[in-house]
Design a protein around this ligand. Sequence first.
Ligand code: PLP
Length: 493
Amino acid sequence: MKFISTRGGEKVTGARAIVQGLSANGGLFVPEKFPVVTEAELDGMLTMSYPERATKILMKFLDEYDEKELLSACEKAYSKFEGPDPAPLVRLDDGVYILELFHGPTCAFKDMALTVLPYLLRKGCDICGIKQEILVLVATSGDTGKAALEGFKDADGVKIMVFYPNDGVSKMQKLQMCTQEGKNVNVVAVKGNFDDCQTAVKEIFSGEEYAEKLAERNVMLSSANSINFGRLAPQIAYYFSAYLDLLSSDQIEKGEQIDFTVPTGNFGNILAAYYAKQMGLPIRRLHCASNLNKVLTDFLQTGVYDVRREFYKTTSPSMDILISSNLERLLFEISGRDAKLTAKRMAALKNDGRYEITEEERAKISQVFDGGFANEEDCVEAMYDVFTDTGYTMDTHTGCAMKVAVDWFEKNKKDETKMVIVSTANPYKFPQDVLYAVTGNDVKDSFKGIKRLHAATAMAVPKCLKELRDKPVRFNKTADRKSLFDEVLEFIK
Ligand SMILES: *Cc1c(COP(=O)(O)O)cnc(C)c1O
């Protein structure tokens, strides 16, 4: 299968799309056409393990990879998850389910893809005949950085360097990154906010003077951010798997359509659901959940995407984002794959902070998508209600999704379509906020929060967070954003 850019021009193989990350004109790589999973194939996947299902989906796009080898890479990746199933489905209520995607090594859904990406990338280099050493650069506002470090640690022929905003991540997230083990990893705090961080990293990707210096050292850059198709593809698999689990446990009938509600930031997770639908999975509607940074809610309602607004720091920090990069892929589809128009809209976003789609396009999107948001109080309320009614504890991001799903139920009382709410983080990753929501208890210290949350919920504390307290800090460097490339050179010396 070949891949094209949302802004036109290039046509490349899947391996090339993954190694390169982004197309040369700044567009995102998308499959030339969507592969289809037939009903018979879906039936065949019913009795498969999660890694087998994931391999089947990945092979639909990445046919130049070796299936046996890919399966063994997926088995290895998902063996790092706690418990027997990397993506278990929990029944919350009649017709309402939670898809738990946080059982991986860093307790966030990013692990679903970032445990597999290193293999896809390294093998992609082999397929493309690339001999240079790969340097993965990541700008993170929290969860991606840790999941990428953990995924790439001690991988052959790859080094990884993560930049995070000095004051923009939670204490838990910072500790997770700064105690990272592995010979090939580096973590640097950047003076400034996430945007400064991201801009500085993007400059390294696009600056010719940097490219020359890297080439002299036989190093090639790559990206682990969610615009990389290698991040998207493994995410499609869990939508199929959730559907198959509902089918095999007789919760739905063959061919029955279901809904998903997805806590959304960069639009990567929910886009994977849309791709699954395009591939033939019986999905009816996708509910896009935001926090106070509700640029997507407004876009879905009005057709206007406008980032010129106040930015809020919330208790669901991984959704504190105004530029949802992966929306570009949806715009491309909705416009009838009009690369010129997509490029024009992205240029408008960059230059004017806004673009608008046509009423016809908006109507087309709303046949599948609707959007809602939760303010801070709504989120607390949703977590509290679920805990009180069912005993289930959810994290703050999932709390936002819960609120949006409940709003939908309120407005559509007769709707009997099964709803799956996607849960993206372990509650212990945000212990103080979750503790506050379920008990009203306010503590200052994260580890005290973990202890009290455990006392209140009896939910098991994941190993990776429990261990954090006693791990030595390996990285404590803070750099000016103008000197990030010096840090890079120092690291690859
Ligand atoms: C990254 C993240 C999100 C947002 O996912 P997108 O793919 O960026 O929409 C939501 N919740 C958590 C916990 C995350 O880490």
